[in-house]
Ligand binder design. Structure first.
Ligand code: HSE
Length: 440
């Protein structure tokens, strides 16, 4: 059978990895796919650099639309990123009858519904394994391996940059700003790290996993997104003393009234495997009703790990290209006419437990005031930790940190209670609130 012909849009880190792995493993990949997979055309603004990566046998152009217009190209691999030109090119490739492989989580989390509908109408595949957790085959696991299950929840460390920063903060006792600068110097964080540190990148990925797990449309606009920029070294230390680690988790959960979809720093019991995922690594825990708890771990970014996912999609396309489009694996795991309109819940309806840190005056009755207010709101306390004022603020200090772990409560209830606690004259600084996930 004639090799499948692939056109790359963008040959940066992931594109060059894809080219190299396809070359290196071409014979094994051909034996698996049943036909060869060849990158025959590459578009990149830097034509000279692209040429230096692919050599002479591949057509290199500066204009991505020349790839889409080439009738010999079967699959377009979009590795440009972002919502702008990438969206236009993906839609044009679909309109031209090309299958599309993309690593672009932002594009699919925001415009996935439109893109999948266009692809279904045209009978082409849009594959995106590389969009979530890089080299970890989590899309395939959710969509195919776990297809027997009613998925109950997913919780993942799905952003390597922030996990690296949190690991460094814990190991070295440093504050966020210091570690971010170091991460940028070492190349672990980008010059503009906003999407990573504010939780947006993780929310894009959580949005895609949520849609696949629960058969709902992609709804990034309904996700609750909170990053790690306000985390202090003190909270990481206190969490540790209480037997927890702080991780930026992407969580999606099915509850009676709807679906939770949220990204925020979370206390996770130190004994959980996922709490021990360090550095830039990713991990995803999936709870299914039949299989129980499963854990997926690996590199969430990087040239060849991400290429591994891109090429897996290319092999799928090579295998399925001749299958009737109605009998291929659906884009979001559920058949398009069997999607559900289960609502994504507002954050105020989410039920979870909490870590609270209050800087309080070290005087009689303060603890009683705080606990009485929480009791009045129906919030049950799980544990309390208070260090001596001297230990927290130095000799002669007159204030101290009061750490409270709560049992499960509704976020809206907690918001009201925090507003009232903040008004107490003995509470001397903004209260720190971090959600806690037992993951059991
Ligand atoms: N910037 C991402 C991360 C990798 O740090 O995990 C690509 O999604």
């Amino acid at each position: 059978m004639k090799p499948i012909q692939v056109g790359l849009l963008g040959i940066g880190t992931v594109g060059s990895g894809t080219f190299q792995v396809l070359q290196r493993n071409q014979e094994e990949i051909r034996r698996r796919a049943g036909r060869g997979i060849q990158i025959t055309m590459v578009a990149d603004l830097d034509v000279a650099r692209a040429r230096s990566i692919v050599g002479e046998g591949v057509q290199v152009v500066g204009d991505a639309r020349a790839v889409i217009a080439n009738p010999d190209i079967d699959v377009v691999v979009e590795l440009i990123g972002g919502y702008g030109i990438a969206k236009a090119l993906v839609m044009e490739a679909i309109a031209a009858g090309k299958h599309v492989v993309t690593a672009n989580k932002a594009l699919l989390a925001v415009h996935g519904t439109e893109i999948f509908a266009a692809a279904a109408a045209k009978g082409v595949m849009v594959a995106f394994e590389a969009a979530v957790a890089g080299g970890i085959p989590i899309i395939k696991s959710l969509r195919e391996g776990l297809t027997a299950n009613r998925i109950q929840w997913i919780a993942g460390i799905i952003n390597g940059t922030t996990n690296f920063i949190l690991s460094e903060m814990r190991d070295k006792g440093l504050d966020f700003d210091v570690v971010l600068k170091e991460a940028q110097r070492l190349g672990y964080a980008e010059a503009d790290p906003t999407f990573d540190i504010e939780g947006v990148d993780a929310a894009h990925k959580a949005t895609l996993m949520s849609a696949i797990a629960f058969g709902v449309p992609v709804q990034f606009d309904k996700a609750y997104v909170e990053g790690i920029t306000k985390l202090g070294a003190a909270d990481i230390r206190y969490a540790e003393q209480l037997g927890y680690r702080i991780k930026l988790l992407g969580i999606t959960k099915r509850v009676a009234s709807g679906i939770e979809l949220r990204v925020h720093p979370s206390l996770v019991p130190a004994k959980r495997l996922i709490a021990n995922v360090e550095g830039a690594m990713n991990a995803v825990v999936v709870q299914g009703d039949a299989v129980g708890t499963t854990l997926y771990y690996g590199k969430g970014a990087g040239s060849e790990p991400t290429a591994s996912a891109v090429i897996a999609d290319l092999v799928d396309i090579a295998r399925l290209q001749t299958a009737d489009p109605l009998h291929r694996v659906p884009y979001l795991a559920f058949q398009p006419d069997a999607m559900s309109d289960t609502p994504v819940l507002p954050m105020s309806e989410v039920v979870t437990s909490y870590y609270l840190r209050l800087r309080v005056a070290d005087e009689a009755g303060v603890l009683a005031q705080v606990t009485a207010l929480l009791a009045g709101a129906g919030i049950s306390i799980d544990a309390v930790l208070q260090r001596e004022a001297d230990e927290v603020g130095g000799e002669g200090a007159t204030s101290t940190d009061l750490i409270i772990l709560t049992h499960n409560t509704r976020e809206g209830t907690m918001n009201d209670a925090l507003a009232r606690l903040q008004q107490l004259p003995t509470v001397l600084a903004p209260i720190v609130r971090i959600r806690k996930e037992e993951l059991n």
